[in-house]
Write a protein that binds this ligand. Sequence first.
Ligand SMILES: C[S@@+](CC[C@H](N)C(=O)[O-])C[C@H]1O[C@@H](n2cnc3c(N)ncnc32)[C@H](O)[C@@H]1O
Length: 241
Amino acid sequence: MNRPFVAKLSTCSLALLFLALPLSAAEHPGYIDAPERRTTGIGKFYMGREIAFVMGHQAADWLNRPERIEEERPDEVVANMNLAADEVVADIGAGSGYFSFRIAKLVPAGKVMAVDIQPEMLALIEHQKAINKISNVEGVLGQIDDPNLAPNSITAAIMVDAYHEFSHPFEMISGIYDALRPGGRIFLLEYRGEDDSVPIRPLHKMTQEQVIKEMSVFGLEWTDTLDFLPWQHMMVFTKAQ
Ligand SMILES: C[S@@+](CC[C@H](N)C(=O)[O-])C[C@H]1O[C@@H](n2cnc3c(N)ncnc32)[C@H](O)[C@@H]1O
């Protein structure tokens, strides 16, 4: 997550720019309304964890901060996706496209579907596309409970520092699952919830155990965890053939 959620940084107040969403736990039986919300939480629980607020587009600059190269090693992340040149990859919760554009370079005969619920984020992506003349990144305006991807249309999906803030995680993974072709992979990167030394607020981290629990609802197989990142897990889930 970006600096708003780095607990140790005094600048965190700058990024308390969150998107207010009309939320209710009534939609899915796995959701529970909490009597009180924690700081940076929305007061809605899914499978035992409180969902975090969505980071507002006003804080988009933080997603492109130079320190992120050290903290999150984005080029190594995309290299470890082992993509074929013709893959169609959905970057869900793409933000400003920090990962979308890196992935696009690796799929010259394929494309990246950059999905976000904030039109302002998609506008930033369009701006970058125009400046750098990139034609294989496609912005997709998602909904809080639907990635708006056609069934069977993607070979892989990636979510970086985003899943924990989906207000409707069940519906989102359901939509991603349907969009994924058989044998397709989901790359899920979250800050390590098991590791107190990772200086990120608790609701913006996830444990592997929690992620596996939530993905197993869909029969997604946990096929790998790459632990080369300083603060995050890079978890891989695979849809059966
Ligand atoms: C913290 S940002 C991370 C952006 C990007 N993945 C990165 O690492 O730079 C999380 C993004 O997820 C988006 N988001 C939140 N809920 C979403 C949903 N249900 N569907 C798609 N995007 C969502 C937010 O709008 C925000 O741009």
